[in-house]
Design a protein around this ligand. Structure first.
Ligand code: ZN
Length: 131
């Protein structure tokens, strides 16, 4: 693993900029990756034009899962929800900038999976998120 990228991941893991819950919110979703024990909950607020104005995540798990959530949240503030629906895995892998094996890939993509489920309006169960 490249040292520079590894430092970025550890920095986001230790000092996330977007940790928290937005209540009320316009979109929220939560999911987990049982293979690693990662949990991510994402909540978003949007303006009348469907642009994300605030976003935050809660969660725990490995450094890659949590750093990926923080990077993702940081990058989507100011983006229209319609644009978020089109984000693919390359988007998040590009931000992480490291090669990942199949197990770590699930960690890296959990936040994107949660975000997309949220903006596609799947059932909001973030309120029932186990502490
Ligand atoms: Zn993980």
């Amino acid at each position: 693993m490249d040292d520079l990228y590894r430092e970025t991941i550890i920095e986001h893991y230790k000092n996330p900029a977007h940790k928290g819950r937005l209540d009320p919110h316009d979109y929220a979703f939560a999911d987990s990756n049982p293979l690693c024990g990662d949990h991510i909950e994402i909540s978003l607020r949007t303006d009348g034009a469907g642009v994300v104005t605030e976003a935050a995540f809660e969660g725990h798990g490995c450094a890659i899962s949590q750093a990926s959530a923080d990077l993702l949240i940081d990058s989507i503030i100011g983006k229209p929800v319609e644009e978020i629906k089109k984000l693919g895995k390359d988007y998040i892998l590009g931000m992480l900038g490291i090669e990942l094996g199949p197990v770590r890939l699930k960690c890296a993509l959990l936040s994107l999976k949660v975000l997309k489920a949220g903006v596609y309006g799947l059932e909001d169960f973030a309120d029932d998120w186990p502490e």
